[in-house]
Design a protein around this ligand. Structure first.
Ligand code: FES
Length: 147
């Protein structure tokens, strides 16, 4: 069996929503100290509906980090922020038809990047949020992620 699914290869070779977003409403940047990979996620939010209308990302990292960030953007685009916050790294991995065990941490980075972008949006707009969002700052001892 191939190490990587067709979907992982597809999102790695043809990543969706790549690039920098001018005038983003929220920007999240996270990194993994062990592998040195960095992911930056930009979101545009409709202030009336709190729906994420556009997403972009830049990832300086491995193929799995690129594939998971690409898939994460697809999964949250057009969704209400509250739904985007529910996005787990597991859901990203499932949507990609799996990742090798030693690459699961790459999907954690994608989940964290989404949360960091939402947190930045909340901060900029004076919207309060719970401890679970405060705790998740690019490491994840608090929520138990193997980051
Ligand atoms: Fe670091 Fe994939 S090896 S995010």
């Amino acid at each position: 069996m191939a190490l990587y699914s067709d979907k992982v290869m597809d999102h790695f070779q043809h990543p969706r929503n790549v690039g920098k977003m001018e005038n983003a409403d929220g920007i999240g940047e996270v990194g993994n100290a062990k592998c040195g990979d960095i992911m930056r996620m930009y979101i545009k939010v409709d202030k009336d509906t709190q729906v994420i209308t556009d997403v972009k990302f830049n990832t300086f990292g491995c193929g799995s980090a690129i594939a998971t960030s690409s898939m994460a953007t697809e999964l949250i685009k057009g969704k209400p922020i509250t739904e985007a916050l529910q996005l787990s790294n597991k859901a990203v991995v499932e949507a990609l038809d799996g990742l090798p065990a030693h690459k699961i941490h790459c999907s954690v980075l994608a989940e964290e990047a989404v949360r960091a972008a939402v947190r930045d949006y909340y901060d900029k707009n004076g919207i309060s949020y719970g401890d679970e969002l405060k705790a998740c700052e690019g490491h994840c001892e608090t929520c138990g992620h193997d980051a």
